[in-house]
Design a protein around this ligand. Structure first.
Ligand code: KIV
Ligand code: ZN
Length: 393
């Protein structure tokens, strides 16, 4: 049996919390259209009460999106919820995302309140949100570091108040995959009424574990994964959408599916990177410039013989035209001959030997040898050979 996982994209909310990445409403609508085409199930469009600009963005996205659910964030504060509801008024499928901190750290030092008061505020917030929309997601902030028994009590109360989705954020990116997976399993097994709601992962990447934690969450009972394009977000970022989607696709044995059109992953990654002005690190999984580039001679030889020797994903599947063979001082004759063939030159064995000597000289001077360099080398060698022939004649 294949279990569908809902993809909740928060590029426009948590992703936009990257310093200097503020998008205007037009850019948010453009990205929302791209996310909808990509096939995400839920688009978190912003935090409407945070500024008039964000309110307008959420309103514009709510009007523009036709198929995906559009979600607006709020704290467990009446005014936030009211403003979120107003911004979402024209959405076909509106969702209010409200919540409160549940770890001792948040309750004692941030909220300066008591656990019982947190439960009361959670219930009041969900009920109030429910008076505007049917679909209410409750987030238990810093659930990653919270006591499981208390967390279960909060969630039980949120379900009774009408929450349809329960978000279990590892807000500080602290958990190990086993711990996060065990937390989700504990909740799936111990929260009364859990069958009425969906458990959601929301993992931050402070220890580089966001993708692993999200997958562990799904394996142990979560049915929604919250993520962002390119993994952008607060501090070290959020779970990267392209990574979780491709993990679930590559590991069919896990038994999950998503509605994502993976061929759009690279184009959407470029769009978000460009509009937010945040470059993607070259070695980023799936969408980095080097994700399908091979530079060592041993790897190049393998890939030229059979791509799968060093690639587990067909680049076309994620919207990349082809794998690249990057010519460097570590490349061998096989890669050089291959690249020349791509440029329309079928080299003889002698020519290849000669070209290879010049190629290594250039490669030692430059980090990467380009097609121009190759053209230059072969024309030089062929011109000399031609002049020899004339001299002999
Ligand atoms: O990381 C977090 O806890 C959040 C919540 C506001 C959902 O982003
Ligand atoms: Zn977050």
């Amino acid at each position: 049996m294949i279990t569908p996982i809902h993809i909740f994209d928060t590029t426009l909310r948590d992703g936009e919390q990257v310093p200097g990445c503020k998008l205007n409403s037009t850019q948010k609508v453009e990205i929302a259209h791209a996310l909808e085409a990509l096939g995400v199930d839920i688009i978190e469009a912003g935090f409407p009460v945070s500024s008039p600009g964000d309110f307008d963005s959420v309103r514009q996205v709510a009007r523009a999106v036709r198929h995906a659910t559009v979600c607006g964030l709020s704290r467990a504060v009446e005014q936030d919820i009211k403003v979120a509801a107003e911004a979402l008024r024209d959405a076909v499928r509106p969702r209010i995302h409200t919540g409160i901190g549940v770890s001792e750290m948040h309750i004692k030092y941030k909220l300066r309140t008591t656990p019982e008061a947190v439960i009361e505020r959670a219930v009041a917030a969900v009920k109030y949100a429910k008076s505007f929309v049917e679909d209410v997601e409750f987030y238990a902030e810093d659930a990653g570091r919270a006591d499981n028994e208390f967390l279960a009590r909060v969630l039980e109360a949120a379900i009774k108040a009408g929450a349809t989705v329960l978000n279990i954020p590892d807000t500080t990116g602290y958990c190990l995959p086993e711990q996060y997976g065990a937390k989700i399993r504990y909740l799936a097994e111990n929260v009364r009424g859990i069958e009425k709601a969906i458990l959601s992962t929301h993992c931050h990447n402070d220890l580089g574990l966001a993708t692993a934690n999200s997958i562990a969450g799904a394996v142990h009972g979560a049915r929604q994964i919250e993520c962002t394009i390119n993994g952008i977000g607060e501090r070290a970022g959020n779970t990267s959408l392209e990574e979780v989607v491709m993990v679930l696709r590559q590991h069919a044995e896990l038994g999950f599916s998503t509605g994502i059109n993976t061929r759009l992953l690279n184009p959407v990654s470029h769009l978000v990177s460009d509009r937010m002005g945040v470059p993607v690190q070259p070695n980023k999984a799936i969408v980095g410039a080097n994700a399908f580039a091979h530079s060592s001679g041993i790897h190049q030889d393998g890939v030229i013989k059979k791509r799968e020797t060093y690639e587990i994903i067909d680049p076309l599947e994620v919207g990349v035209d082809h794998s690249s063979i990057i010519l460097t001082a570590r490349s061998g004759r096989a890669a050089l001959a291959y690249r020349y063939k791509c440029l329309g030159f079928d080299l003889t064995k002698n020519e290849l030997d000669e070209v290879y000597v010049s190629f290594l000289e250039v490669a030692d001077r430059k980090k990467e040898v380009g097609d121009d360099d190759l053209q230059f080398i072969i024309s030089g060698i062929r011109a000399i050979a031609e002049s020899h022939k004339i001299a002999v004649a």
